[in-house]
Write a protein that binds this ligand. Structure first.
Ligand code: C5P
Length: 225
């Protein structure tokens, strides 16, 4: 039956945005709502999978469901540690989170005060680990799916990410297009895979994109039986 297609599978999904502290009251964040990740979680649950959701900052509610475990994190480092801890038991990783690429080199332990006559403030940033690339390089049986939000040269950039992050799929999203990307309910995406022509999907609700992504996983496991 359709609602048992993914019985016995564990899907690890990251969602939302990470936050990097500057000082006790400030942070660097992003506009990720967690909608896409939630859509994947819901589709996976509907197909009978067990789901582990590692979520940063989100503006949506994740359901209470016996097959769903939600782990809340703040920073990229925490998201990496928490996601890595569940990677071995996962059959697929869907990396829908918007991860901060850089974090402040030092987190001030007191609130940073503005100095009188100060017109500029520089905060040094250091690179964060790439969670998808780190886990992609370690995958054995897992199917690894990443996202790429681009404003230009969408397919070229996404193709590079596919290889660099050892992903089996990249869901490329032109976020400069109206109705696609952060915060909105719809997405127009193109699916990239190694050695396959890109597959452009129509403008769809995020819910439907989530369902189709779960379908890709289900079909792949069906074929390898
Ligand atoms: O390189 P870029 O941020 O465009 O790649 C997007 C994909 O990589 C997303 O799936 C995102 O969750 C993941 N990512 C990550 N760790 C980072 C940056 C991005 O896992 N530090």
């Amino acid at each position: 039956a359709n609602q048992n297609r993914l019985a016995g599978k564990t899907i690890l999904v990251t969602a939302g945005g990470t936050r990097e502290a500057i000082d006790p009251v400030r942070f660097i964040g992003n506009r990720s709502s967690g909608k896409m990740g939630l859509a994947v979680v819901q589709a996976a649950l509907a197909a009978g999978a067990k789901v582990i959701a590692v979520i940063g900052q989100v503006q949506v509610e994740f359901p209470n469901h016996p097959n769903l475990m939600v782990k809340k994190v703040t920073t990229t480092a925490e998201m990496l540690a928490t996601t890595a801890a569940s990677f071995e038991k996962a059959d697929a990783l869907v990396m829908a989170a918007a991860v901060a690429d850089f974090r402040p080199a030092v987190v001030a332990d007191q609130k940073i005060k503005k100095q009188i006559s100060q017109d500029e403030l520089t905060i040094s940033l250091v690179k964060n680990p790439d969670i998808l690339a780190t886990l992609g390089a370690k995958k054995n049986h897992q199917i690894v799916m990443g996202f790429a939000a681009e404003t230009n040269d969408l397919l070229q950039n996404a193709q590079v990410k596919l290889a660099k992050k050892h992903a089996d799929y990249i869901v490329a999203n032109d976020v400069s297009q109206v109705g696609s990307g952060f915060g909105v309910a719809t997405d127009q995406v193109t699916i990239l895979q190694p050695n396959r022509a890109p597959e452009k999907w129509p403008l769809l609700s995020k819910q439907e994109v989530g369902e189709r992504l779960i379908n890709i996983l289900a079909k792949r496991w069906q074929q390898s039986k």
